[in-house]
Design a binder for this molecule. Sequence first.
Ligand SMILES: Cc1cc2nc3c(=O)[nH]c(=O)nc-3n(C[C@H](O)[C@H](O)[C@H](O)COP(=O)(O)OP(=O)(O)OC[C@H]3O[C@@H](n4cnc5c(N)ncnc54)[C@H](O)[C@@H]3O)c2cc1C
Length: 302
Amino acid sequence: MDWKDAVSEIITQPSSRIRFSEPLAKHTHFGIGGEATAYIEVSTMSELAALARFHKQWDVPVAIIGRGSNLLVSDTGFKGISIRLVGALAKLEINGNVISVGAGLSLPRLSKTMSRHGLSGLEFALGIPGSVGGALIMNAGAWGSSFGDVVRNVTVMDDSGELITLTHDEARFEYRHSSLDTYFCVTGATLALESGDVDTITERMQTLFKQKTETQPFVEENAGCMFKNPPDDSAGRLIDISGLKGYRIGGAEVSTVHGNFILNIDNATAEDVLKLVAYIQEQVREKTGISLQTEVKRLGFD
Ligand SMILES: Cc1cc2nc3c(=O)[nH]c(=O)nc-3n(C[C@H](O)[C@H](O)[C@H](O)COP(=O)(O)OP(=O)(O)OC[C@H]3O[C@@H](n4cnc5c(N)ncnc54)[C@H](O)[C@@H]3O)c2cc1C
């Protein structure tokens, strides 16, 4: 049996779906990238476990994608199955100040819901357009806070479809990094937030959001910060002093608002973006002696 027929048999729930030759540009904030051989929105833990076992048995490449807000997909696409968690895998339960959240839930939605319940700790997250799974993998953060700060434990699935609960320390949260990408999939987390005043929390969340939209590009397609900040410095500052704001290759341009953002301003290809990344790294190294490392994840490149 062809693997495509075999994988189709796993997806049986009405809220799950499978498509073949799906353009991944549609599922990334960059709006760039070729097709995935198969694209699955999976809504139940049992289907996800079956996909894990399928991946192991058939040896077909699998990539879990969240909201695609930190992702550059190759122009030739991804020869494998890309999986997005929806439905029961994006659920939210609130018990006092302890929150149980599925990896598929949107981070801005989580941030807003927490503020409405007078729970503090995720005010920084309204302006980060990812999923909880992506925020756990990346330890997403802003304004001195990171997602890992509020995590009590994380649930991951291994490639036998078994769920494993990891403590905060076992997840090894670091600056824009965790150890969670060694598992088949991150399925959710338990968070501990601080109880507080709804109005104060909401005001802080809105203030941080406003500051972000005033200092970073929000309208054009992009993937957030392209480079990690070097210790005690800012990648945006280094790109700015290297005179690269507004520099363009093909359809990709360094934002004039914030140098650490590369924008897809005119049907940019992944190749345009990577050429621009290489040019920025070369120029910044020449002018400042600092080597910038990319923060954005790549999919479908050999
Ligand atoms: C306008 C804009 C502003 C941004 N601002 C910020 C910011 O202030 N701070 C910040 O840290 N980031 C920021 N980002 C980047 C991005 O939103 C974060 O990195 C976010 O956490 C990525 O989540 P995602 O769901 O979109 O992940 P994706 O981009 O879909 O994936 C990122 C990586 O995580 C993996 N992954 C995702 N979900 C799972 C899962 N459930 N299990 C296993 N692996 C998974 C993917 O395979 C990939 O390797 C910004 C992006 C944009 C477009």
